[in-house]
Design a binder for this molecule. Structure first.
Ligand code: SF4
Length: 457
């Protein structure tokens, strides 16, 4: 007969939203395991469900509210955390509690302790903490071979279209020693690609005045350049990749480009430009909006010719004139942005941009987005051609049957989930095999939309 006393309480966990929310989920899951809770990705058989929500755009809000509704219907005991948990309803009350009054507790993002307090209240933990159940790298929601590394939380800017600072607060940088220790643990445990994330990676350390911390007995400044240099050193013995996301083009980013040229981190920069026209950038209150971005990009490419730039943009921002929009298209062409995404502007509840004059009709915003994407795809397809004939290092994401029938991987130019892939053909030699999570070499033979087709060599 089963001894129910010894059965670990089980928690269903749903993680929605961006990589920053994902790292919050990982912290909560790690803590749950540390305390002896069993976790699963489904509600089935769970004693309680935690939903980590996203509240950035309307679609994300709807998805989060629907998921909470499903969890309540299937399980009944639900704790809500994440960005949507911090959102106010029209009357100033909490939005989630109003839509779903039966949830047990609601917290905002980055609130591991509050979530754990709610779990302890509604599903007390076992007496034996089962500490030996946690793997040394903590709980990761990504495949074993890549991981997100969050270096800071919150943001000091106040872009008019964004409500993240009101949900996540001002910038708080993690101590550099903690960040580097986490990176070292991840590499030791088989991670081959580390994706550095935050709201504003270039601002790392501003809040602590670039304080000097310590790692491995050596002083390291809490500063983007020093962080990247140290991460590169830690990654080197593993041949692993370090990829930078959410980098705003502050002047000191220029110092990081030579590190890319030297192979310290990948020559890949995810810079959310959002627009090119100075007046629109000013209305958006974008950080580093005064920088001459086109000239900067040209200089970056001179320093590091392989540099791949990914960016996101907004078309149809309030007051955007046709001339301003065409400035953006010209920028896209001249800057040769390798990977560009674009949103048609839409109001986000609580954002200052909602009150700006000159709101454009929806049809105009959509039409501009479509025109933007047509140019972006043309630039991107043409940029991809330069790889045909070259041999690239590829990280294998999937290789059923040891790759004998081919597989899927990514080159330095492709971040997981958001960029293209390298479609790997079956190797010519039967003895040539490759495995998920390993690096291999492949010769590019063609392009296919956003993707490359390559033959293992
Ligand atoms: S930089 Fe702007 S868009 Fe990014 S999180 Fe901060 S306020 Fe939001």
């Amino acid at each position: 007969m089963e001894d129910t006393q010894l059965k670990a309480p089980k928690i269903g966990f749903v993680s929605l939203g961006c990589p920053k929310a994902l790292t919050d989920s990982e912290l909560i899951l790690t803590q749950l395991s540390a305390e002896g809770y069993e976790t699963s990705k489904s509600f089935h058989g769970a004693d309680l469900v935690i939903v980590n929500t996203c509240g950035f755009i309307d679609d994300a809000v709807k998805e989060s509210l629907d998921t909470i509704g499903e969890a309540l219907a299937e399980n009944g005991k639900v704790i809500v955390t994440g960005c949507l948990g911090a959102r106010a309803a029209d009357d100033g009350g909490n939005l989630v509690s109003q839509v779903h009054p039966s949830v047990l507790a609601v917290t905002g993002p980055h609130a591991t302790q509050e979530v754990m307090d709610a779990v302890h209240t509604h599903l007390p933990k076992l007496h034996d903490p089962y500490l030996d159940l946690i793997p040394p790298q903590g709980i990761k929601l990504t495949p074993k071979h890549y991981a997100y590394l969050k270096i800071s939380e919150g943001c000091n800017h106040r872009c008019t279209f964004c409500i993240i600072p009101s949900m996540r607060g001002d910038l708080v940088s993690r101590p550099v020693g903690d960040v580097l220790s986490e990176a070292a643990r991840l590499f030791e445990n088989g991670v081959k690609e580390l994706l550095v994330v935050s709201q504003d990676t270039s601002a790392y350390g501003v809040d602590v005045r670039y304080r000097t911390g310590f790692w491995n007995g050596k002083p390291v400044k809490t500063r983007m350049f020093d962080l990247v240099q140290s991460l590169g050193e830690i990654a080197k013995p593993y041949g692993a990749w370090v990829r930078l996301h959410y980098v705003y083009p502050y002047p000191h980013v220029d110092e990081v480009i030579p590190l890319m040229a030297q192979g310290v981190c990948l020559p890949y920069l995810d810079v959310p430009f959002q627009h090119s026209h100075p007046d629109v950038l000013q209305r958006m209150k974008r950080p580093a909006s005064g920088e001459r971005n086109l000239e900067r990009i040209q200089r970056w490419r001179e320093m590091c010719p392989d540099l791949v730039i990914r960016s996101t943009f907004i078309a149809g921002f309030p007051g955007e004139t046709e001339a301003e929009f065409e400035h953006l298209l010209a920028f896209l062409r001249e800057a040769q942005i390798d990977r560009a995404g674009c949103f048609a502007y839409s109001d986000v509840k609580g954002a200052a941009a909602n009150d700006l004059p000159g709101a454009l009709p929806l049809a105009v915003r959509e039409e501009r987005r479509a025109r933007f994407m047509a140019v972006a795809e043309e630039v991107s397809a043409q940029r991809l051609q330069r790889w045909v004939g070259s041999t690239l290092k590829v990280l294998v994401d999937s290789a059923p049957g040891l790759g004998r029938k081919g597989g899927v991987g990514r080159s330095f130019a492709d971040a997981p989930e958001i960029d293209g892939i390298v479609r790997l053909l079956p190797p010519h030699k039967i003895s040539k095999t490759f495995k998920t999570g390993e690096f291999m070499s492949a010769k590019v033979v063609a392009t296919e939309g956003h993707d490359l087709v390559a033959l293992p060599v």
